[in-house]
Ligand binder design. Structure first.
Ligand SMILES: [Zn+2]
Length: 241
């Protein structure tokens, strides 16, 4: 990969469709704000109850096109068996050093799906290792993202802040709708979580719940582990009383 493979933002999900559901609006907003954004899917979702590998690949490509992302990469780890091990950490170190993102959006560790939970720790650990000079990866120089944000949409986790995605909601829903094999109601197929025929309701209701609390229509929640530092408290958004 050349310098042109560098990105400002890398949004990561365990499975194709995770990024769209949890932070697709924010990804789109970052692009509209002029940042170069890539999506990394750690697995191809081959153990999912619905769809085939070929269908899921096509759907992920269509969703990437709808969002307008610069690149979509698949690490090809085994679906349902994502492990935070040395081999996978080193794969991610190489990728992080090639892409050199300043912002990484990754799944929060408190998750129902084991792949999501383990992906969170795998990605955090890889970011740390990627900054260590004595871990050699050929010509690739050490790199750590400046900021790691955790997407939290699947479970009740106290968010640190919200991103207003009111203007991006339509595109987010269109991107999620690309995953027709996953979210098209089919009574003959096993139930997935969130329930397939409720996914759009789930996304809108959840985003609206957070929007209601912050004075806009739709929001996506995020956690950051650091404290906020600001210059001028008078510029803080969201009315108190
Ligand atoms: Zn997932």
């Amino acid at each position: 990969m050349s310098d042109s493979s560098k990105v400002d933002v890398l949004a990561v999900g365990a499975h194709p469709d995770d990024v769209e559901i949890t932070c697709g609006g924010t990804v789109r907003k970052l692009i509209e704000n002029g940042h170069k954004v890539a999506i990394l899917d750690l697995t191809k979702g081959e153990k999912g109850s619905r769809g085939t590998l070929a269908i899921r690949k096509r759907e992920a490509e269509s969703a990437a096109e709808v969002l307008g992302i610069a690149r979509r990469i698949n690490l090809g780890l085994p679906d349902a068996f994502v492990e935070n091990n040395r081999e996978n950490r080193l794969k991610l170190v190489v990728l992080l050093r090639k892409l050199r993102p300043q912002l990484l959006i990754i799944p929060h560790s408190r998750q129902r799906h084991p792949d999501h939970r383990r992906s969170s720790e795998l990605l955090y650990d890889s970011c740390h290792l990627s900054g260590l000079e004595k871990i050699k990866t050929g010509d690739l120089k050490p790199h750590r993202p400046f900021k790691i944000l955790y997407s939290t949409s699947f479970l009740e986790v106290e968010p640190s802040f919200m991103v207003d995605i009111t203007s991006q909601m339509d595109i987010k829903l269109r991107a999620v709708a690309c995953y027709e094999s996953q979210f098209h109601p089919d009574p003959k197929k096993p139930v997935v979580y969130p329930p397939a025929n409720d996914i759009f309701d789930f996304i809108k209701t959840d985003a609206h719940r957070f929007g209601y609390k912050t004075g806009v229509q739709y929001c996506e929640p995020f956690v950051q582990n650091e404290l906020f530092l600001i210059d001028d408290p008078l510029t803080l958004p969201v009315r108190s009383i």
